[in-house]
Every structure is written in C-alpha cells, then in structure tokens.
Design a protein around this ligand. Structure first.
Ligand SMILES: [Zn+2]
Length: 454
C-alpha cells in the first residue's frame, strides 16, 4: 500500500472510530443492574443494587428487586462488580488550544483512568470554550473546573485588573503564583469582590499563616509548609528555601507540625498534596528507567525529553541533593498524615502532566503514595470523591452515589477498599451521564500510543 493510501485509510478509520466513541458518549438513560455500590458517604458497601441515571443525574438507587428500570434505559450488567463515584484530579492540567489533538488526547487519558473531574490549575483562554464543547457532548472528556491563567500582575492595580478579566472570561477560580507581596491584600480583596476563590501556590514573601488567615481555598503541593516549620529566628544564612522548602528542610522543627495543623483546620483551607510531584524528582530511580513506565507510551516525545532534562537539572541543584530531597519526601508524608489525622481537609491531586505524571495514570500513583503516608485505601478514595465536591464548595453536586448527584461513576471488577490497584483500569467510566466502555477507552488509548510511537 502506498504511503498516500495508508494515510487515507488511517484518516477514514479515525473518523469511524470517533463517530463510534461519540455515539457511545451521548447522555440518556442508563441502568447499572445488580451492582455492589460504594456510595462513599461512609465506609460501607451496598450489595446487589440498581442505579439508574438519566440526563446526567442519578435518579434512583436501591436494592435490585425494588428499582424500576425505565424501558428506554441502556442496561449495564453489574453482577459481581463494584460501582463507585469517579475520581477527581484536583490539581491537573489540560493543555492550551494550539494543538487540538494533544488537548483531546489528554482528556481521554484522564477518562480512561476513571478521572471524571479535573480541576485545571493553570488556565488558557481556550478553556471556557473547551468546557462548553465537552458539556455539549461534542468532545469526550471529564468535567472541568477552570482556574484562571496564572496571576502575573506587576503591582496591585494590574493584579486587580487581571482578576476582573478572568472573572468576566468565565474562569471559576484564580491560580496563584508569584504576585508581588505588596499586591497580596488587593488580590484578596478583589477576589472577594468578584466572588472567586484563590488557590495554588503561596506567593514569595507571604507566610503560610497569612494565606490561611486570608482563607486561601486550597494550598497545593504543601507550598510554604516547610518554611513555617522552621522556627522563627533560625539562621538560614544566604541559603534559598529551594523547591518546596528542600533547601530549609534541615532546620525543620517537627514540634511545629501540630501548630501547622491547627492553623490549617481553623482556616478550613484545603490541601492538595501532589506527593508524587516531589517524589518523582527525589527518587533514586533514573529518568531513563522512569521513562520505561508503561504509561509513558501515551506521552509525546518532547514532553518525555522535558522530564528527563528536568530530573537531571534538579539533581544538580545544591538545595536538592539526595539527603535533603529524601528528608523532604519523608516530611511531606508525615505532614499529610498529621493534617489528615488532625481533621484538615485533603483533596486528591497529582499535578499531571508535570514531571513524569501522565494524566490519569498519575492519580493512581498519587493514591499509592498517600497510602504509603499512612492513609487507608478508603481514606484515600474519600479525598478523590466526596472531598473534591466539598473542596469546590458544592458538596451536593457529585462525589457520592445518591439520588440527585451528577452521574460521575466508575465500574470496577473488585472493591478498591481492599486494594487500591482495583481502581485502575475501570471496566467503564461515566462522566456527566456519558458512558465509555473499557473497549472504547482502550481503542482511544491505542491510537494515542500509535501517534507517539518512536
Ligand atoms: Zn500544576
């Protein structure tokens, strides 16, 4: 076959497959019949239930023999399987609009891993329209919550103008990066006026306690916690605090963790730990070996090369030598456990696609890290389901299996409370009432891998 014919054939089969995927992804009425349900409202499992979904909502949940199945419902066999709410990636990224294929692939990678909501943590002007297309069923993807582009204003006036522009453009929350410390009070004031939460990093020069007092909605990556844990008055000399405090970790007083926890609880500020972000850069595993992980086949070569270079660059930093990097990893795990046990709210997030975090796949690595830190599998699953809805200020919208909740669901072969690996490779994924079978998702994954094959 000539190259030209092959290209034509590939284009034609792409069209057929995409029609099929979209046909499979219409809203409508579905019934999961005879399935065991993990509602995630508390730690229990309801045997042999039927769950009916219509127009994107859960409309009935009950014992199999008591729930009437609408005549037009698509029946999904649930016997011997487990249905739970879909997972939220509360610190994820969706690319900008200049490469539509990359954007669409990223959305599929999330869905294929059971991620039914992404809180996108760095906005692009294309994102509100992208979300509208997903909601209209024109594009396959998870529910999106949209942070604005990074705030970057050089002074308070500029920051205030940016906030109003992001609000008008339809973003849901503000992504905090490094605004000048002098602009902080005005940022807090303006965000309050337009009613947008602010989240992400804590700017340089703003101490943790000020972000908490200002009711920052979420602190991601445990930003500024290390600096708080170093006792005031410690002589840090000229040494930079480094990446998430790696340069100062040697001076941490663990006796201050209790105060960090109580201040966080009092503020009600969420933490999205993104443990894997630091663990991937601190691990002794070589970048070359990490790039052999199975999910790397879905990553463009340019991105893989960026990660490989980044790991080498971090390893050369004098504030990120193995001893400090290892101490930082251990501290972050202990901090997560202390915050969680102390009642501070935690939401699941891995920061995909940063540093070896392949969208969707990385949420499972993050969950494994959280379990290593001492959370039970059930507690980890709560951070990615019910807690996500609470973190977004919409506790009744999704995150549990109850009548009225948005139909964000994953169908599993086994109970993930016994083993978190059971939440990988769901047999089917429903986001906003649209249903994708494993078969459809795998076909899409195969095509993404083909595009990136060397
Ligand atoms: Zn990020």
């Amino acid at each position: 076959m000539s190259r030209w014919l092959r290209a034509l054939f590939a284009a034609a089969s792409l069209c057929v497959a995409s029609v099929q995927a979209h046909a499979a992804a219409g809203q409508g009425t579905h019934a999961f019949v005879g399935v065991d349900v993990l509602p995630m409202d508390r730690d229990h499992r309801l045997a042999r239930q039927t769950v009916v979904v219509a127009d994107g909502r859960i409309i009935a949940v009950g014992p199999q023999d008591t729930v009437e199945i609408p005549a037009d419902a698509t029946r999904i066999a649930g016997e011997g399987r487990v249905l739970m709410p879909g997972l939220a990636e509360m610190h994820g990224h969706v690319p900008g609009g200049d490469d539509p294929a990359y954007v669409e692939d990223t959305l599929i990678l999330y869905l294929a891993n059971g991620v039914t909501l992404v809180r996108n943590m760095a906005g692009d002007p294309s994102h509100p329209a992208l979300r509208a297309r997903i909601e209209a069923g024109e594009l396959d993807g998870p529910n999106l919550v949209l942070a604005s582009p990074w705030l970057r204003g050089e002074d308070a006036d500029a920051v205030a103008r940016e906030i109003r522009a992001h609000h008008a453009a339809g973003f849901d929350l503000l992504k905090l990066g490094n605004i000048p410390v002098q602009a902080w009070p005005r940022m807090v004031e303006t965000a309050g006026q337009v009613g947008m939460p602010f989240a992400g990093h804590i700017p340089d020069g703003v101490p943790l306690q000020d972000a908490l007092t200002a009711r920052q909605a979420s602190i991601d990556h445990f930003d500024r916690y290390v600096e708080f844990l170093v006792p005031p008055g410690t002589d840090t000399g000229e040494r930079d605090a480094g990446w998430f405090g790696s340069g100062w970790v040697q001076w941490v007083d663990r006796g201050r963790i209790g105060e960090a926890v109580s201040r966080t609880v009092a503020a009600g500020t969420w933490n999205v730990p993104t443990l894997t972000l630091v663990e991937h850069m601190a691990s002794p595993e070589s970048a070359e070996s990490m790039l052999q992980w199975p999910e790397m086949r879905y990553v463009p070569a340019t991105e893989r090369e960026r990660w490989r270079r980044a790991k080498r660059e971090y390893a050369a930093r004098d504030t990120f030598q193995p001893e400090a990097a290892g101490a930082l990893v251990a501290l972050r795990r202990d901090l997560l456990k202390a915050l969680h046990d102390g009642g501070a709210p935690i939401a699941l997030g891995s920061d995909a696609p940063q540093f070896f975090n392949v969208p969707g796949f990385s949420i499972h690595r993050e969950m494994a890290s959280m379990q290593t830190a001492g959370l039970t599998p059930y507690e980890v699953l709560v951070t990615g389901t019910r807690n996500a809805a609470h973190a977004l200020g919409t506790p009744d919208a999704f995150g549990t299996i109850e009548v009225g909740r948005r139909a964000d669901l994953i169908l599993l072969a086994d109970d993930p409370r016994e083993d978190l690996t059971h939440v990988r490779n769901p047999m089917g994924v429903m986001a906003d009432g649209r249903w994708w079978t494993r078969e459809v998702l795998d076909a899409r994954l195969d095509r993404i891998a083909e595009r990136h094959a060397d």
